[in-house]
Design a protein around this ligand. Structure first.
Ligand code: MSP
Length: 678
């Protein structure tokens, strides 16, 4: 079965940043997952070059625009290669063989079908968005995304009859609910289209940088109309019918939430007008923030993805982005948190597990393992595989990653429980010893296979150490995630994959530093002392914090058994649990009482997203609607939408709510809407 997926094509007026890289990495994870699942996958990316900003940037640098775009193509491709993004095709909108004929063919088809007419446009245009901006979308006269004052333009334009497609689009959304994901984006688009659609410009006058309109060569095709066509152009539209029949329609367009309107409204309307099949789905991912602010060139808070990849290699970055940001929601990147997660997930958990299996197998069994019977770990593995599959099929990449890590943690716990180092002391327990090591190695093999789409080179390396050096392209999900209870493996002990970067303060893990004698359990001799190895077994049950003032830990010595993370006390939650709740500052734009309700106020709030959201809050007994307008409050942004009294509430307002008393809404003044609260 074929699977054709795409990302947005990037403006090339500046280098890729971590926000744009987030989109490509997450799309790559989906592409790699589909390949693993056996789909004939085609993954398209590209560059959007006919933007005025691109033209200006080339001029500033005294370059011919096309020569500038050629240079930027190399810059972009180099970054994507460094991040291990496995695109199958890369299209540029200046591609004369593919993109020009496709754009002209589609413009002509829409024109021939009566959907393009001549008019004149007068209004605001934001060059940052490359979009015409209705006055109501401006905040204090500025574009809310770029915080710049748009240009007032008046020019002859050709218009595309978008208004004609309001009903067909609503029908499409109703008949195919998965057309727009996630739910929050679907609701935004539904509200937008239900509110009525205006016709949109599809050309710009008086410009030379662009594709000539076929029925008016004095004008060029408007950059967005041009850009959307890339998806069809790349696979043959207008230049190779056979190829086009093979791949079109796209199964999935992955784009940021700021441009879902173009992909969920304008693009399907263009396809309907040109009588072409529609794409299967649009997934609108959230934004990557840096310390609470949207990462963007204009705000000057860019993280270079190469800096992040160079810190520990591309895989830890890919894992961070997939696992720490619920896909579809917004997420934050900070260097501190990135390092913290590197230590927790990779150095202490997965890396440690791989080391333990390899070093113990080497020490006790000369590196050889005969597959064991399965047992408790096999059951956990099969649950993890099922949960992973459901998550990944639904693009819940964070849940997929979490499922793989549940298996990894379980395998670490299994070692602590079975204590291979104790079994090794008794020759009569050789079978048991082999069984414990074999089960752990099998769990690692399955976990590595699950992680392969997210961390391709690390997974390949782990699998190689487990005696399987097939390339990822030869692996298949079902066969390679099934528990194997027969066969032999030769395991390679090849040193730490991810050395710890610093001693963690007060965290319940032990590093590979030698423990003080007092920390050695008297009754546990542990394995034959490896340099830097703490006493295993007991350490697992009673983790030891690094000594006060301990120097940063040295990289984990190969084979050093390290205790797993301590069990969490039942009355508490971890920081990870807490971070699952997405709290945000939001500004109340409108408030009104809900008819027939004593308790509920209906609020329209700006939470820094593409569109305001509606929240029903049980605060009507404490606040008059007018008193709420203009307040910056705290909301739970990732609460599942809930319908009350016929209105869908998207989130929850936080308030101190004394029993029998009046609610006091939490104040987040003067935070900017969208700032993460934690
Ligand atoms: N050229 C248009 C897309 C045309 S698609 C037919 C464009 N380009 S862009 O360079 O501004 O953005 C490329 C993609 O990166 C978009 O999907 C955008 O949403 C995404 N992101 C830009 N900044 C981002 C973050 N800070 N975080 C996550 N995604 C971000 O729009």
């Amino acid at each position: 079965m074929k699977y054709f997926l795409t990302t947005a094509i990037d403006y090339v007026n500046s280098r890729p940043h971590l926000g744009t890289a987030y989109e490509k990495i997450t799309a790559d994870i989906i592409a790699r997952y589909r390949r693993l699942a056996g789909y004939d996958t085609h993954f398209l990316m590209g560059n959007d070059e006919h933007s005025q900003n691109v033209f200006k940037r080339a001029q500033e640098q005294g370059k011919d625009p096309l020569a500038y775009c050629d240079e930027m193509e190399r810059v972009f491709r180099d970054v994507w290669t460094r991040l291990d993004v496995s695109y199958d095709d890369f299209i540029r909108t200046t591609d004369r063989k593919r993109h020009f004929p496709a754009t002209q063919k589609m413009a002509q088809a829409c024109y021939d079908n009566g959907d393009i007419y001549e008019g004149s446009y007068e209004g605001w245009y934001c060059e940052g968005c490359e979009a015409f901006k209705p006055e109501k979308d401006l905040i204090e006269g500025k574009c809310p995304i770029h915080n710049t004052t748009p240009q007032w333009i008046k020019e002859k334009n050709w218009f595309f009859r978008l208004s004609k497609y309001q009903q067909p689009l609503l029908k499409l959304y109703a008949e195919q609910p998965s057309f727009i994901e996630p739910e929050v984006r679907r609701n935004e688009i539904l509200r937008l289209v239900e509110g009525g659609l205006e016709d949109v410009s599809m050309s710009r006058a008086g410009q030379s940088w662009g594709i000539p309109v076929p029925f008016d060569p004095e004008s060029v095709v408007y950059v967005w109309f041009d850009a959307l066509i890339n998806y069809a152009a790349a696979v043959g539209y207008g230049w190779d019918d056979e190829l086009f029949a093979k791949w079109w329609p796209a199964n999935l367009h992955i784009v940021g939430k700021d441009i879902t309107r173009f992909h969920c409204v304008i693009w399907p309307a263009m396809l309907m007008s040109a009588r072409l099949p529609l794409q299967g789905q649009v997934f609108g991912h959230g934004w990557v923030y840096f310390k609470g602010e949207r990462m963007s060139k204009s705000l000057g808070n860019i993280v270079d993805p190469l800096d992040a990849a160079n810190r520990f290699g591309p895989d830890p970055l890919r894992l961070y982005l997939a696992k720490e940001i619920p896909y579809g929601g917004d997420g934050d990147f900070t260097w501190e948190r990135f390092e913290e997660k590197y230590n927790a997930d990779l150095a202490n958990n997965l890396g440690n597990l791989v080391n333990r299996v390899a070093s113990m197998t080497e020490r006790y069994q000369q590196g050889r393992i005969r597959a064991g019977g399965g047992g408790s770990l096999a059951a956990i593995a099969s649950q993890a595989v099922a949960a992973y599959r459901t998550a990944m099929d639904g693009h819940a990449l964070h849940d997929g990653a979490a499922a793989a890590f549940r298996l990894i943690s379980a395998a670490n716990n299994f070692i602590a429980e079975t204590q291979p180092w104790s079994l090794a002391k008794d020759p009569a327990k050789a079978e048991q010893l082999n069984g414990a090591l074999a089960d752990t190695a099998e769990a690692v093999r399955i976990a590595a296979t699950l992680l392969a789409p997210i961390m391709p080179s690390s997974a390949t390396e782990i699998l190689r150490r487990l005696g399987d050096d097939r390339p990822l392209k030869d692996r298949r999900f079902d066969a390679d995630t099934t528990w194997r209870s027969s066969g032999e493996k030769q395991i390679l002990n090849a040193g730490a994959l991810w050395p710890r970067i610093e001693a963690e303060k007060g965290v319940s893990t032990v590093s590979a530093e030698s423990p003080k004698p007092a920390e050695q359990p008297a009754t546990q001799a542990g394995p034959a002392p490896a340099p830097g190895a703490p006493a295993a077994g007991a350490a697992a049950a009673a983790p030891v914090a690094p000594a006060a003032g301990a120097a940063p830990a040295a990289p984990v010595a190969p084979g050093a058994p390290v205790a797993p993370v301590a069990p969490v006390a039942p009355a508490t939650i971890t920081i990870d649990d807490f971070m699952k709740v997405e709290l945000k500052a939001a500004k109340v734009l409108e408030a009104e009482r809900m008819p027939k309700s004593q308790k509920l106020l209906k609020l329209k709030v700006d939470a820094g997203e593409a569109e305001p959201r509606t929240i029903l809050a049980g605060i009507a007994e404490s606040y008059e609607p007018e008193a709420m307008v203009g307040k910056t409050i705290v909301i739970v942004a990732n609460l599942a939408p809930r319908k009350m009294m016929g209105i869908e509430s998207n989130g929850m307002v936080l308030a101190a709510s004394p029993d029998g008393g009046k609610a006091i809404v939490l104040n987040a003044e003067p935070a900017t809407p969208g700032t993460r609260v934690r």
